[in-house]
Design a protein around this ligand. Structure first.
Ligand SMILES: C[S@@+](CC[C@H](N)C(=O)[O-])C[C@H]1O[C@@H](n2cnc3c(N)ncnc32)[C@H](O)[C@@H]1O
Length: 199
């Protein structure tokens, strides 16, 4: 799929991301952007607990946020579909022995263990309507009671993304009362953040 091709409503495949990382090793300027640095600070500030025993990060990319999150976790598993991105994340976190990495395409693959924190930052809008419900189910199933789910997503429309950030957050918020208790909700100019606690 070319980068400019419009999505047909299905999740974007691993090849889409491998193509992006081949063209630019840091396509979203995670290492240098002031916007990202501020958003990462807000992301970590939204976490109610000082430390998490076992955290999961979906779509860890080149590991800039992974490295920061690692300071708040006893163990952290970071998943991505891109081998190229994850190689850079591994190099960045090579001194952090409590951080593990796996190539997995969520929700078609999911780690067979439970977590007390799952971070879904700037990755949910790459799922299509077909995969979003399964992703929601996997995330909820593998999160311990009172565990935290942190959602952070860009809100402006992006033509080639199957979903918008708002659609992702609203899908999880529609499960409030049955699966989740909302703890934090923030909307900024270009992104929104929701912290949900598993019932
Ligand atoms: C925009 S980056 C987000 C990086 C990081 N979470 C952050 O907030 O800075 C999205 C990453 O998600 C990965 N990704 C996309 N779809 C995925 C899926 N279904 N399962 C796991 N990772 C995925 C991409 O390869 C990419 O590295």
């Amino acid at each position: 799929m070319s980068l400019s091709q419009q999505s047909d409503g299905q999740s974007l495949p691993p090849s889409y991301f491998e193509q992006m990382y081949a063209a630019d090793p840091d396509p979203w300027q995670f290492e240098t952007s002031e916007y990202e640095a501020k958003k990462y600070a807000a992301t970590l500030a939204a976490l109610p607990k000082a430390y998490y025993r076992s955290a999961l990060e979906i779509g860890g990319s080149i590991g800039v946020l992974t490295e920061k999150l690692a300071a708040r976790c006893q163990s952290l598993l970071s998943l991505d579909v891109s081998e190229q991105a994850q190689a850079r994340a591994k190099a960045r976190c090579c001194d952090l022995s409590h951080v593990e990495f796996e190539i997995m395409q969520v929700p078609h693959q999911y780690p067979p263990r439970t977590f007390d924190l799952t971070l879904v930052s700037e990755v949910g809008y790459y799922w299509g309507w077909d995969d979003l419900p399964q992703a929601q189910q996997q995330i909820a199933q593998q999160l311990e009671p009172n565990g935290h789910l942190l959602l952070v997503h860009w809100t402006p429309y992006v033509e080639e993304y199957p979903l918008t950030g708002d659609q992702v957050h609203e899908a999880f918020l529609s499960q409030v009362g049955t699966l989740w208790r909302p703890l934090v909700s923030q909307r900024e100019d270009r992104y929104r953040l929701d912290l949900l606690e598993r019932l």
